[in-house]
Structures are given as structure tokens and as C-alpha cells.
Design a protein around this ligand. Structure first.
Ligand SMILES: [Zn+2]
Length: 618
């Protein structure tokens, strides 16, 4: 019944019947993200990681793409229509994702040599584009007659990553050569598929959110409409992919129309990209059908299918989901890309709702599931992020399927995206990362700077300058893990009210105002939902946003038999010489001591066993 009401109202809205429109709960963006290009990060935890992204991670990606694998040669061969394709049919996407990471890095640290490298790559992409706009090195080199015949061959997935890179590079440099390649490919796809043309269900989502980005820079509504059309192609039997025997349409989110989805299934990364696309289109089309489904999907993901690390997708068989509450630790899949996907999706949900619960999940996935995906040195990567290891699971320099290294490479330099948001009368603070930021507002700008010891302590100092006259409220997120905190404004204690996880500080804000927040960060002992049979009789350790683990190298005497109990006493201390500086935790039970380190930092020393969930005795 509700759905019928909705359809009627939506139709009226389309006819500009305004009185009824106000009765809907059409999704809007309540918070506008402050783009990372305005955010300069100066942070003892993140700045060294961003430096290593430039000095280690990007060089690894470039070397793999140009020299150690045939990824760039595929573009060179496709331009000449000669030679063989090497690697996997979707390898082009890794090149685009690495370029997107380069574009973001150029925003943070302009680098003429790196920009020249990017321009060379873009020349090669442009040369590999067919006269009708099509670009995909696999089909160009194996037979263009076979293109657009198998929805599982990721042609639109690769195109989507190219569009994300093209938009990023255009924004970073103002150069539009790649953007024009993207527009020609998008137009080629729209000449082939769409209303009155061929049906198509992309086997791996990504194009949908990318088309929305293309709409964002071109202001051409047709790209948004095409994203909407592609989303609604799903679930009607149009998708035909025979390349993975035994997999059902749920694997690629094609079993029912997306607006009827109420539980996550199939491939985890595909699901995350789908939900991002649904969120984007929901807001721009004011389409409540998407958000109603997204609300149900979020509950299903977070309450029944998410690990404590914010990782999702428990099974390697389908790189995704099995049944609710099935969260094995040793066999956990938790692809790095899926944790990054959780960040991307939850950020969009936060923008639509103004609810901090989405940032709690974003932060959990970012500091644990995603950050574990890269070594401290920035040059080795996890694809799979289990919560337990027998000592045989290690980061690798690269992967045959290299989605995760290129994913983390585009994610890290853009983390500034997740710190601030704005609305008509408020500044929203979501993450605590040291920075200096200039927030544009029309012809004016406001300056904000933040100093913090996060994630090792919860001390935050926020200073305001050039305060906008419209800013009446400062909304600072109180993380879900935090049970007690104190605020001071200009040195005086205040007790703000809390709305949807945000402390709402109302004031006549002026330049020079200083807001101090102290988030108390004790060691927490966490039990899983009792439906999770793999964690029965176990506990995990968390402190602030970080999940902890025990590694064999710190616990050699009796790794397998160590237990926690109600009598265990916990202490924590910062060790600047361990793992680039980490707060370690000691758990003392009688004569036994367990040493914990942050989960993200594991497997950076000698190989050995690891576990997050520890036996808990009486
Ligand atoms: Zn991946």
C-alpha cells in the first residue's frame, strides 16, 4: 500500500504539483561534504601515511602497471590493433584507479613529473579509444565483434573507473582530454543501451556512481538519467552472465528490482558500489524508492553481516555473503575494497540523513578493515582481511586481480573528504584528523583548523576563523564508542544537547573561537551478537575507533591458550618505537599477560599467528 502512495506522489512531483511534494519524505542531501581539496591534513597519524602513499604506494602501482604486468602495454597494443591482451579482462580498471589516486595526490602535493606521467597515460588511453567511443583493451585485442555480448565481462565497470579517474583528473588539473574520452564512451554506451534500445545489466556495479560524477561536472542530465535507468534494469531477468557456473543472479544483485532489496546478498564490493549509486541517484532524483531499500539494506549489513573491523563479505567462494550472522574469523574474506566501499556508502547515507551512526560505521571500516589492507611501509597489500591467522596470511606486493592495491591507492589521498560537512546554518565535524581547512561558501570562505591526538587519545581542539554569518551551529560527532566526553568553548565548560549522535553547539560564533572536546577512550571489552556462533565464549578488545588483535610475536609463550576473564586488568601505553608508534594494550589475568596491538598494524613484523576474538573464561 505504501508503495502505491509513493508512486502517486512521485508522479505528481514530476508534474510540479508542489503541495503534494512537501508531503513526501523525498531524499535530500542534508549535509554537503567538504571536498578534500579544501582540507590540508597535518596529523601525526595520517600525514606519514599520506607521505608514504606518494613515495611508496604510487610508485608500486606505476611500476606494476608499466613494467611488471602488461596493463599499460594492453593500451599500447589496443591503439595499434596488434599484439595480445595480457592479464584479466578487467585489468584496465586498475590503471584507471591508480590514475585517480595520482589525481588526488596531485591535489595534495603538486608534482610536475607525476602529472607528466599521468598525461602520458591519458594519451595512451585516448589512442586506444575506438572511433565510435568504445574503449576496452580486452575486447579491442580479442575481438570487437564480441563486445557487449557478456554482461559479466565488466565493460561498464572499467568505463566507470575511467570516468571516476577522468573527473578526478579534470578537477585536479583542469585538463579535459580524459574527460572527453569518458564523455565519448558514455555517449557510446547510451547510443547502444537505454529506453527503446538494448537492455543491459552490468555484472559489476560501478558505472552508476561514475555517471553521477560525470553528471556533476558536465551538468548534463542525460548521464544521471542513464544511471537511474541502469539501476532499474536490475531484477527483471535481463542480466545474462554464464561465465561463473553455479552462481545465481543474486551474486550480481540481479534477482529482484533494486528498490525491493531488503537484504544484502552476493558479491560484497558490487553491493557497496550499487548502494552508492542508489544513494546518489536517490538524492538527485528525489526518489524515495531507493532510500527505503537502502535503510533496510543498512540494517541488514550492519546488524547481521558486518565484522567488528567494519569488514564485510564472509565467504571467499562468492567474495561475499552467506547467511545472516555467519562471520567466521579464520576464513573471513573481508576484501579491502569492500571496507573502502563501506566508507563510500556510509558517507552518502550520512549526507542524506544527518545521522552520525553512519559515520560510526565509516570510521570502523576506515581505521580497521580498510587500513589493514596496506602495510606500514605502504608497499604491500592485503586483498583478504581475516580476523584470525595461523601464520600463513601475508600482504603481497601486488595481485593478479589487483583491485585492492589500486583501491587503497585512490582512497588514502582522499580521506580529507570524510572530515567536514556543511549545511545552511551549521558546520558538521565527522572525523577527528588534524587539518587546516578553508571552507568555500559562495564568494566567502571560513577557516577551520583542528589539532588532535586521535586515534591514540580523544583530545580535539577546533579553532574557527572568518566565521560565516550564517553559521549558527557547530555539530560535532560523538563517536558511538564513546561513553563520556567533555566540551569547552573558549575555556568554559559547556554541555551541548545531542541530536542523532552529534553534539549541537549553538553560539554566536566568531573568529578566534576555540572549541575543545575530550573523548574519553578507555579499553573496551566487546562481545559479539550471540547469534554469531563463531564468537560465542569470546571477547574482542577495542579502544576508541581501533579494534585490537594479539599477534604471536608479542605472545609467544602460550598464544593458543591465553584467555581473558572478568578479572582481567587492562592498561594501555603509547610505544613510539613499535609499528611506527602505536598505543599497545596489556591484559593481565593473574600471572598471564596478553599483549595487544591495533588490528590494522598486524603482519608488519615476523610472520606468526594472529587473532581478534579471544577466549573468555569465568
Ligand atoms: Zn579488491
Amino acid at each position: 500500500m505504501k508503495q502505491i502512495v509513493f508512486i502517486t506522489v512521485a508522479a505528481m512531483t514530476a508534474c510540479s504539483f508542489m503541495p503534494l511534494q512537501s508531503q513526501t519524505t523525498a531524499p535530500v542531501r542534508k549535509i554537503e561534504q567538504v571536498d578534500f581539496s579544501h582540507v590540508k591534513i597535518h596529523d601525526s597519524f595520517w600525514s606519514p601515511r599520506l607521505d608514504r602513499h606518494t613515495t611508496a604506494t604510487l610508485p608500486v602501482c606505476i611500476d606494476q602497471i608499466e613494467n611488471k604486468t602488461g596493463r599499460m602495454r594492453n593500451f599500447e597494443n589496443a591503439a595499434k590493433h596488434e599484439g595480445k591482451h595480457s592479464g584479466i579482462y578487467f585489468d584496465d580498471s586498475d590503471v584507471y584507479k591508480a590514475l585517480e589516486g595520482i589525481a588526488y595526490s596531485l591535489v595534495n602535493h603538486p608534482d610536475a613529473a607525476l602529472e607528466k606521467k599521468a598525461d602520458e597515460w591519458i594519451d595512451k588511453f585516448a589512442a586506444a579509444q575506438q572511433p565510435d567511443g568504445y574503449i576496452n583493451t580486452y575486447f579491442t585485442l580479442t575481438g570487437l565483434d564480441q563486445r557487449w555480448t557478456d554482461m559479466g565481462k565488466h565493460e561498464m565497470y572499467c568505463a566507470g573507473h575511467m570516468i571516476e579517474a577522468g573527473v578526478a583528473y579534470y578537477k585536479a588539473t583542469g585538463k579535459r582530454k580524459l574527460l572527453d574520452v569518458c564523455i565519448r564512451m558514455a555517449d557510446h554506451m547510451m547510443n547502444t543501451f537505454g529506453p527503446g534500445k538494448r537492455h543491459w545489466v552490468p555484472g559489476h556495479e560501478e558505472i552508476e556512481l561514475a555517471l553521477v560524477k560525470l553528471y556533476g561536472v558536465t551538468n548534463n542530465q542525460k548521464y544521471l538519467d542513464f544511471a537511474d535507468w541502469l539501476l532499474n534494469e536490475r531484477g527483471h531477468g535481463y542480466g545474462k552472465m554464464g561465465y561463473i557456473p553455479g552462481f545465481t543472479s543474486a551474486y550480481y544483485q540481479d534477482s529482484i528490482p533494486v528498490k525491493q532489496l531488503n537484504s544484502i546478498s552476493g558479491h560484497a564490493v558490487r553491493s557497496m558500489y550499487l548502494y552508492c549509486g542508489m544513494s546518489d541517484v536517490a538524492v538527485l532524483k528525489k526518489d524515495e524508492g531507493y532510500t527505503k531499500a537502502l535503510d533496510k539494506l543498512w540494517d541488514d549489513v550492519v546488524y547481521r553481516n558486518m565484522y567488528i573491523t567494519g569488514g564485510i563479505g564472509s565467504s571467499g567462494d562468492n567474495e561475499g555473503f552467506t547467511v545472516d550472522y555467519d562471520l567466521p574469523n579464520l576464513e573471513a574474506y573481508c576484501e579491502t575494497c569492500a571496507s573502502v566501499g563501506m566508507v563510500l556508502w556510509n558517507q552518502r547515507m550520512n549526507e542524506m540523513t544527518g545521522d552520525a551512526k553512519y559515520v560510526d560505521v565509516l570510521e570502523r571500516s576506515m581505521y580497521n578493515g580498510a587500513l589493514a589492507g596496506i602495510s606500514l611501509a605502504g608497499d604491500r597489500f592485503f586483498y583478504v582481511n581475516p580476523l584470525e591467522s595461523k601464520g600463513d596470511h601475508h600482504r603481497e606486493a601486488w595481485y593478479g586481480c589487483a583491485c585492492c592495491p589500486s583501491q587503497i591507492s585512490r582512497f588514502l589521498p582522499s580521506i580529507g573528504n570524510y572530515i567536514y560537512g556543511t549545511s545552511s546554518n551549521a558546520l558538521w565535524v565527522n572525523l577527528y584528523i588534524g587539518n587546516k581547512t578553508e571552507i568555500p561558501a559562495g564568494s566567502a570562505k571560513m577557516n577551520v583548523s583542528m589539532e588532535t591526538g586521535y586515534p591514540w587519545n580523544g583530545n580535539v581542539k577546533l579553532s574557527l576563523d572568518n566565521v560565516l554569518p550564517t553559521m549558527k551551529e557547530l555539530r560535532m560527532r560523538i563517536p558511538g564508542w564513546c561513553k563520556s566526553y567533555q566540551f569547552k568553548v573558549n575555556g568554559k565548560s559547556v554541555k551541548p544537547s545531542i541530536e542523532k549522535g552529534y553534539a549541537v553547539l549553538k553560539n554566536r560564533w566568531k573568529s578566534g573561537d576555540v572549541i575543545e572536546l575530550n573523548l574519553n577512550m578507555p579499553v573496551e571489552v566487546v562481545a559479539a551478537d550471540p547469534h554469531v556462533k563463531q564468537d560465542l565464549g569470546k571477547r574482542a578488545i577495542q579502544r576508541g575507533p581501533l579494534v585490537y588483535c594479539m599477534e604471536e610475536t608479542d605472545n609467544k609463550s602460550a598464544f593458543d591458550s591465553m584467555t581473558l576473564s572478568p578479572a582481567t586488568k587492562f592498561t594501555s601505553a603509547f610505544n613510539p618505537s613499535l609499528l611506527d608508534g602505536v598505543e599497545t594494550i596489556k591484559a593481565v589475568t593473574g600471572a598471564e599477560t596478553i599483549n595487544f596491538i591495533p588490528y590494522y598494524a598486524w603482519d608488519n613484523r615476523e610472520a606468526g599467528k594472529m587473532k581478534v576474538w579471544i577466549d573468555y573464561g569465568k
